[in-house]
Ligand binder design. Structure first.
Ligand code: ADP
Length: 219
């Protein structure tokens, strides 16, 4: 087991998936949900799962919440509950508090309360899927800021056998290929002489407009 300990508040679709993935990654996870049925379903998958109201300070204290490195508030639909749980995790001294927001206003409120990281799973997944739908080779998309992104794209047949210096993304399109995944492994920071193979995955960083240009002209 790795040393970092996580507490996930709310074991709905998002919380349960996140909690199980953390377990798969080798971390200890306490799951908390107010619904007994949900907790029963999850108990065999997590280190511990307890039925508790995460807006009850005494209950959270008795669970030793302040000893957790990271708390994730995965209650979405009930904004009031989400906000109260987030305040308590911060006040009780959980080192890093992450909370899921279902709207911009919900997110703003969580940020103002000092939540370390606010996530918008539905919004972000919608954006990702839209990019994947319009760019067939695009596998994944991470927004770094409003204008910059990292994208994962399959190397198309037309670039097969070309070296990075031949493709010359930096000079031609203003974006850089920062890694290549192939069956043999990952090449981080490939050199100008590394070759692209059709089917490899290239990781590209750049401004959205430059990446778009590369996608439409070269791929
Ligand atoms: P999702 O969209 O990811 O399924 P939901 O908002 O529907 O998320 O589910 C959130 C979960 O949080 C539910 O299982 C619900 O029982 C739980 N929950 C809601 N309020 C509390 C609370 N005060 N304390 C603990 N768990 C809660």
């Amino acid at each position: 087991m790795k040393t970092q300990q996580f507490v996930v508040i709310g074991l709905g679709r998002f919380g349960s998936s996140l909690a199980m993935e953390l377990m798969d990654l080798g971390y200890e996870v306490l799951g908390v949900d107010i619904n007994e049925e949900v907790v029963n379903d999850m108990s065999e998958h997590l280190t511990h799962a307890v039925v508790a109201d995460a807006t009850d300070e005494e209950v959270l204290k008795s669970l030793g919440i302040r000893n957790f490195d990271c708390g994730i508030v995965a209650i979405g639909d009930d904004i009031q509950m989400s906000i109260l749980a987030a305040i308590l995790l911060k006040e009780l001294g959980v080192q890093t508090v992450v909370a899921k927001a279902i709207s911009m206003l919900h997110g703003k409120a969580l940020s103002k309360l000092g939540v370390d990281r606010v996530i918008f799973p539905e919004r972000d997944m919608g954006i990702r899927v839209a990019h994947q739908l319009v760019t067939p080779n695009l596998l994944d998309y991470i927004e770094l800021s409003k204008d910059y992104s990292i994208v994962e794209m399959t190397v198309p047949q037309c670039l097969n056998g070309k070296t990075l210096s031949e493709v010359n993304t930096r000079a031609r399109y203003g974006c850089s290929i920062v890694a290549l995944h192939r069956t043999e492994g990952v090449i981080v920071a490939p050199t100008a002489m590394d070759q692209l193979h059709a089917g490899d995955i290239m990781v590209i960083i750049g401004s959205n407009s430059n990446i778009d240009r590369f996608e439409s002209e070269a791929v």
